[in-house]
Design a protein around this ligand. Structure first.
Ligand code: NAD
Length: 467
């Protein structure tokens, strides 16, 4: 039955400062031992990770189902399969990425050659959220390992079943002096953050991101922060509304809207609002049937606190589609809200659930003005058939990344660095950008010794006049 899944929090297993210090010291020693410099070592460990994921596929899918009934297809495509694809890419490309990169010379250094060398930082800390609990700790870990770092991984305690499987998978695959996972909540994370790491990679809320950066500042530790925000979907009057509705509904209701890059709200040209809502109704029914609660393809809300928070939004504006809830299973139906203004609670924070408010604009520049008035979002989606307008929006609007005529598919291409800007984050990763992010890029000039032009040496005399 749909109501049998539970994610009762187990009594939280927190790790104290002493144990963390010890683990960190072991990793420092391992790193100092130089084991991770070896490319063959890195590759063999990444292969081990790939095997471990493959052999835990079913367990991981079951865990994510237990945590919030994440549909198996979504779990495979956005978590398990996604991570496996990243691993395969890294295994194929690592040798190329890790080669010193030659840059062109300046005559000032003649004779010389100049290269950028990628060197691991040391020990990385990776902290993840609950909403894509596997992908968002393992993809950063792949980057950290590929670049030759040691790492401590802290999955989210709010997806406890998944956190347990990930930790077991990591801790039975790797020497903890190289890569280790620690389960736990706020107290463990605080204890981790009090230590000095060489890199911190955090995915989660903007609010906690601030705490992470503060803690990192104590040790001048570089950070990547993958945060959230209110990502708009802007729909122009010339968009193909049927297609637009399907692509917005797909991005919004996947994982029951608990996706950092989900379209948070729609800004639609006022003349096509009603038609768009009609098309959304058709798309939602096509995807989830007349009774979305009975669909096996629609996830549940992660916990009671978030269920309550989201249920309160249903009082804002006018419910045009959905609006049903079931507290026992933390179900909220795919919902579309009309007659929404910026002052309502649903527009005051990131929604992170299956509720889609519709706002309107009359001229495109007003839409962009509304977006640019708020904090810079993680993503922006623009639907229009007019290339001119597409280019104009890309030029004017500030956001981390996004799509024209689609939602979320910019994540599918590992050649596109993924990250936010402003309150939606600092830094970006995926594919080669993950490798680069976890590497210190050392710039080195190798000078020739057969020629030594004395012009730069004092005494300078009146050489200035020659320039
Ligand atoms: P969260 O910030 O509450 O938690 C993230 C991690 O921080 C967890 O591991 C948690 O244990 C830890 N944590 C929580 N409170 C803490 C505290 N006071 N001190 C120290 N550590 C603490 O985020 P969440 O609810 O798990 O995830 C949802 C948020 O993450 C949304 O804002 C979403 O947009 C964002 N997100 C961003 C991305 C991205 O790639 N940019 C991806 C997924 C989610």
């Amino acid at each position: 039955s749909f109501n049998t899944f539970t994610n009762q929090h187990p009594p939280e297993q927190e790790t104290g400062p002493v144990a963390i210090k010890e683990l960190l010291q072991r990793q420092r020693d391992f790193f100092a031992g130089g084991h991770t410099v070896d490319l063959a070592f890195r590759k063999s460990q990444l292969r081990l990770l790939l095997q471990a994921i493959k052999s835990h596929e079913q367990e991981l899918m079951d865990a994510m189902y237990a945590d919030f009934r994440k549909p198996a297809f979504e779990t495979y495509t956005t978590e398990v399969g996604f991570v496996e694809m990243e691993l395969q890419l890294v295994l194929k490309k690592l040798e190329k990425w890790s080669r010193p990169r030659r840059v062109s010379e300046t005559w000032l250094n003649f004779p010389a050659s100049s290269h950028i060398y990628s060197q691991p930082y040391g020990v990385a800390l990776i902290i993840g959220p609950w909403n894509y609990p596997l992908q968002l700790v393992l993809n950063p870990l792949i980057g950290a390992m590929a670049a030759g770092n040691c790492a401590i991984v802290k999955p989210s305690e709010l997806a406890p079943a998944t956190s347990a499987v990930i930790s077991r998978l990591i801790n039975t695959t790797f020497n903890p002096a190289y890569v280790a996972a620690l389960e736990g909540g706020v107290s463990t994370t605080r204890n981790l953050l009090a230590q000095r790491f060489d890199y911190i990679f955090f995915t989660g809320s903007t609010q906690v991101g601030r705490l992470v950066m503060k803690a990192a500042a104590e040790h001048l530790t570089p950070v990547t922060l993958e945060l959230g925000g209110k990502s708009p979907a802007i729909v122009a009057e010339d968009a193909d509304l049927g297609l637009t509705a399907r692509r917005i509904a797909w991005g919004k209701f996947m994982n029951a809207g608990q996706t950092c890059v989900a379209p948070d709200y729609v800004l639609v040209q006022e003349q096509v609002k009603d038609e768009l809502i009609e098309q959304l109704r058709i798309a939602i029914t096509q995807f989830y049937g007349p009774e979305p609660e009975a669909s096996t393809d629609f996830a549940r809300i992660i916990n009671d606190r978030h269920f309550q928070r989201l249920s309160n939004y249903l009082q804002d504006g006018l419910v045009r589609i959905g609006g049903q809830t079931n507290p026992a299973s933390r179900y909220i139906s795919p919902t579309v809200l009309d007659q929404i203004t910026w002052s309502q609670p649903v527009m005051q924070e990131e929604i992170f659930g299956p509720i889609l408010p519709i706002l309107t604009y009359s001229k495109l520049n007003e839409a962009i003005e509304q977006v640019n008035t708020g904090e810079k979002p993680l993503a922006l989606y623009f639907f229009s058939s007019n290339k001119h307008q597409q280019d104009w929006v890309l030029e004017q609007a500030h956001f981390g990344g996004g799509c024209i005529n689609d939602t979320m598919s910019h994540l599918a291409n590992p050649n596109l660095p993924f990250g936010g800007v402003g309150e939606s984050g600092i830094g970006s990763y995926h594919g080669q950008s993950s490798f680069d992010l976890f590497s210190n890029q050392k710039s080195v000039v190798r000078r020739g010794t057969w020629l030594d032009i004395p012009l730069r040496y004092p005494p300078y005399g009146n050489r200035l006049k020659l320039i």
